[in-house]
Write a protein that binds this ligand. Structure first.
Ligand SMILES: N[C@@H](CCC(=O)N[C@@H](CS)C(=O)NCC(=O)O)C(=O)O
Length: 219
């Protein structure tokens, strides 16, 4: 059976969970404990999560993979129920990979910068870095709103939705998606209502007090 090491509050863990839930594939979830670096699960990730011991990590028999995008590509190619996560056709697959990069780099990137700043001791925070990161997020929102004019917004779950849902979820907490981005607002609501995403949101709810940025998260 597949095994996934991760944490229910982690955006990149969600990304893979959404793929697994959408494909209705059986797997074991190995919960990491941020407070117990010496636990068996944490040590496994430290040893197998790449140079920096990051999660999620997927285990499929002898294959151990890290990097959420690579994990999803692997699942799409090796698990028949999950083939639709990545189109077979070359150019369609390139388009999906491009958007995956946009969500990781230009949505989660600045979101992580804001979160990272608030994780510093208050005396050493530089809130001007948060303003700059939020300005970059705003540019990403504007770009995505334009892109959505051409995207089948209510289509099936692919790598695009797996990346978009968690990254927009947390981005919206640090810099709310304004109503003027009408297509992005509507798509964000659509993503949050998808059953695999709903499940991640509910499973993460108990961990919300860990979120360091002082903004009441929307429901
Ligand atoms: N590019 C990686 C990013 C993974 C990542 O940043 N994971 C975070 C949790 S969301 C993590 O491992 N944090 C703990 C750490 O950095 O030590 C991916 O796509 O899987």
């Amino acid at each position: 059976m597949l095994a996934l090491y991760g944490h229910p509050f982690s955006s990149y863990t969600w990304k893979v969970l959404i793929a697994l839930y959408a494909g209705e594939v059986d797997f074991e979830f190995h919960l990491l404990d941020p407070a117990a670096p010496d636990s068996e699960h944490n040590r496994f990730v430290a040893a197998n999560g790449g140079p920096l011991g990051k999660f999620p990590v997927l285990v499929d028999g002898d294959n151990i993979l890290f990097e959420s995008t690579t994990i999803i590509e692997y699942l799409a190619r090796h698990k028949p129920a999950m083939g639709s996560l990545l189109p077979e056709e070359t150019d369609a697959a390139i388009g999906v990979r491009l958007l995956d990069r946009v969500f990781d780099n230009y949505v989660m990137g600045p979101t992580g910068e804001v979160i990272g700043e608030y994780l510093r001791p208050e005396a050493s925070r530089d809130l001007s870095r948060c303003d700059a990161a939020r300005a970059r997020l705003e540019r990403s929102y504007r770009w995505l709103d334009g892109w959505l004019e051409y995207y089948p917004a209510a289509g099936q779950v692919t790598l695009v939705e797996c990346a978009a849902a968690p990254m927009l979820h947390y981005a919206h907490w640090v810099h709310p998606i304004a109503a003027r981005h009408a297509r992005l607002s509507a798509w964000h609501a659509h993503l949050e209502a998808l059953p695999p995403v709903r499940r991640c949101i509910e499973d993460a709810r108990p961990y919300r007090p860990l979120f360091p940025v002082p903004m009441p998260p929307p429901a």
